[in-house]
Design a protein around this ligand. Structure first.
Ligand SMILES: CC(C)(COP(=O)(O)OP(=O)(O)OC[C@H]1O[C@@H](n2cnc3c(N)ncnc32)[C@H](O)[C@@H]1OP(=O)(O)O)[C@@H](O)C(=O)NCCC(=O)NCCS
Length: 164
């Protein structure tokens, strides 16, 4: 059974392998991370761990039994009971409900572990799979997302109010 785990220094090689293997797949629907992300991966990874330590973000990885990373699920700008959600799932397990089940699980953790009561996510108009994931996980559209929110694309903000 894959497990959702808080991002840890030991996950770095598996996270890099996940990002490299799926780079073209992700870039078909969301902004590419850019060469700099891969060239300076260790620095960027350590900066993420420091942000997580500070409590402003909470990063999670979905780890398969063999230690490979199947997905990344992140809470950004955690403050005053709100946070922004981001996620990406490996092409090799696409369409099996992995994103939907894990977003639901992260909603529970967001409240229990991070005090989040309102979770928001933006997705572009052309990202039908992500729109479907959010709808299945109980999010509702609340307004337009700008190209500044979505790396150059237009889309929609979704929101889910969570129960404490
Ligand atoms: C979006 C993403 C996370 C979905 O992961 P996943 O594990 O395949 O998602 P799920 O299997 O839980 O659900 C996908 C749903 O989208 C549907 N879907 C997939 N591609 C679709 C398409 N082109 N048009 C319409 N629906 C589509 C699937 O049929 C499924 O819905 P269903 O259960 O009603 O059949 C994954 O594709 C991904 O990582 N994409 C790149 C990064 C990204 O877009 N992140 C989100 C940023 S907001």
């Amino acid at each position: 059974m894959p497990k959702l785990k808080p991002l840890h220094a030991a996950h770095a090689p598996a996270v890099l392998a996940f990002e490299l293997a799926n780079r073209a797949y992700f870039a078909a629907s969301i902004s590419d991370r850019g060469d700099d992300f891969f060239d300076r991966f260790t620095d960027r990874y350590n900066a993420s761990l420091a942000e997580q330590e500070a409590g402003t973000c909470a990063f999670y990885v979905l780890v398969a039994e063999d230690g490979s990373v199947l997905g990344r699920f992140n809470l950004y700008d955690v403050q005053d009971g709100t946070a922004r959600l981001g996620y990406r799932v490996s092409e090799r397990v696409a369409g099996r409900g992995v994103a939907t089940a894990t977003v639901r699980e992260l909603c529970r953790r967001a409240t229990e572990m991070h005090g989040v009561l309102t979770l928001r996510a933006a997705t572009s108009h052309d990202n039908a799979a992500s729109q479907r994931v959010l709808a299945k996980a109980g999010f509702v559209p609340v307004g337009p997302a700008t190209p500044a929110d979505l790396g150059g694309k237009s889309g929609t903000w979704y929101q889910r109010d969570l129960q404490p």
